[in-house]
Design a protein around this ligand. Sequence first.
Ligand SMILES: Nc1ncnc2c1ncn2[C@@H]1O[C@H](COP(=O)(O)OP(=O)(O)OP(=O)(O)O)[C@@H](O)[C@H]1O
Ligand SMILES: [Mg+2]
Length: 532
Amino acid sequence: MPTIAGSEKSEEVSLLSEDTISTPKKLKSRQRIAVSNLRTPDKEVKQDSHENLAVDSLSDCLGSESRDEDQMRAVKEALHVSKAPSTIVCREDEHRRVFEFVKGCLDQQKAGSLYICGCPGTGKSLSIEKVVKQVGDWSKQACLPPVDTLSVNCTSLTKTADIFSKILEIVEPVKEDNCYSSPLHRLQSLFSQKQDSSSRMMYIFLSFCCVSVTSDDLTSVIIFKFFSRLIIADEMDFLITKDRGVLHDLFMLTIFPFSTCILIGVANAIDLADRFLPKLKSLNCKPMVITFPAYSKDQILRILQERLMVLPYVAFQSNALELCARKVAAASGDMRKALSVCRSAIEILEIDIRGSPGPESQGPTPDNPVVRMDHMAAALSKTFKSPVVDTIQTLPQHQQIIICSAAKAFRGSKKDATIGELNKLYLEICKSRVISPAGITEFTNMCTVLNDQGILKFGQARGNKLKRVSLRVDESDITFALQGNHLLTLGVHFLSSHCGRERLTKAGTNIIQRLNLYQLYANLIKLLWLVN
Ligand SMILES: Nc1ncnc2c1ncn2[C@@H]1O[C@H](COP(=O)(O)OP(=O)(O)OP(=O)(O)O)[C@@H](O)[C@H]1O
Ligand SMILES: [Mg+2]
């Protein structure tokens, strides 16, 4: 529950949100949306995300204590990687191409191979799972025999060649012939023989007679062995051996004259195709390749919004979700990471609610348990803590201000500026925070130090003031590095000039609460300034 109670605190917090996050007009519509969320969650949540409003949570309307825990649990569940989303958004094209490939093979009763690659967390396994289900539904509708599917995560194999025994298990569930030297040889031998077409005819006949036929029924009379098999080899990178023999043999299974193997290999290595496939090409078994690109900021945001839409209340401020999407897209485009950051932000909010400020706690407990920008920034910082962030955090205050000026200067398409231009921005920030600025010589020296540390980069120029400077670190790293305790001083200076210390002193009797409030102000102002 909220750590800070009382009208003065509420006044401070609402003042803060009105001044810095949204206008009073927006606040009015916020409340309307929060209430209507209860009735028409999907539509309204969508509306909120489009309008980018800070929205109150369900707890305003319910007023129960245990609801917080239940809500938090539900949000974490909705964001858990193991929770399969009902629809996969932002992968429509890839999904369609994979499905068309399998469908094409089944239609023509031919074997084939597909190689899917993409960075971690780009929805490869998830999409394949959906395709398998879709293929099952489609073959049923088309009165085709069910497609036997083998999904192997290659990391689970004790040795790489075990992939062949797994395939043999579905191709020949009842062993007929024990006189083969290895599962691979047996598969090669099976796929070299003519198919028993009676099996397909038998299936169609039984289906026609409305007899429910399962693959188990048919395999028990050993007439099923030549039906199509869909083989999914996920994490296929693990099959790479020194001589790459297993990988080659696997793909070559699809070119035997009577093979009905539809092989889909999934791996992270984008260049696997280039490294191993020339040989496969020469063997005439080069697979079709589909690449899953990293998710963009908009895609991550949309996926998060879709996943949260199942909840009848709003758990995140939309700008907090956007911050997460932007940072994750810039770092890797890994959806798994985005989900984990959001869950971590929920945990930080939980700490706030419980009123036990841990290291992550960034400010006073909100009345509405909604993940705010500061929660999200703390969660991101936890996830993306890097040497760059550490370096920025340990810099002297003036150098940090220079970095802030640079981040501001190079936002958008601008790639570099002169030292003079950067100095102008630096002076503006110092002025706004009532900090006496360093002179131009000292300023240039500090820029040189930052250049030596790899944070700024100098271009060539004759005069110092004309020297061009660019930023070598990610703007989001700066945002994360500069939120937190050490910014307190900057925040206090800023607040002193705008609100007056006396007013803040009156705000509460507990010194910790006051510090938290300062910190919240400082973080929010900093974030809004850098983000907007
Ligand atoms: N389009 C999406 N919609 C909803 N959730 C998604 C989407 N893409 C990814 N996810 C979530 O991210 C998680 C990771 O996705 P997935 O396992 O498909 O990644 P991957 O590309 O197979 O990664 P890896 O290469 O590490 O195996 C999924 O479990 C799912 O929860
Ligand atoms: Mg995967």
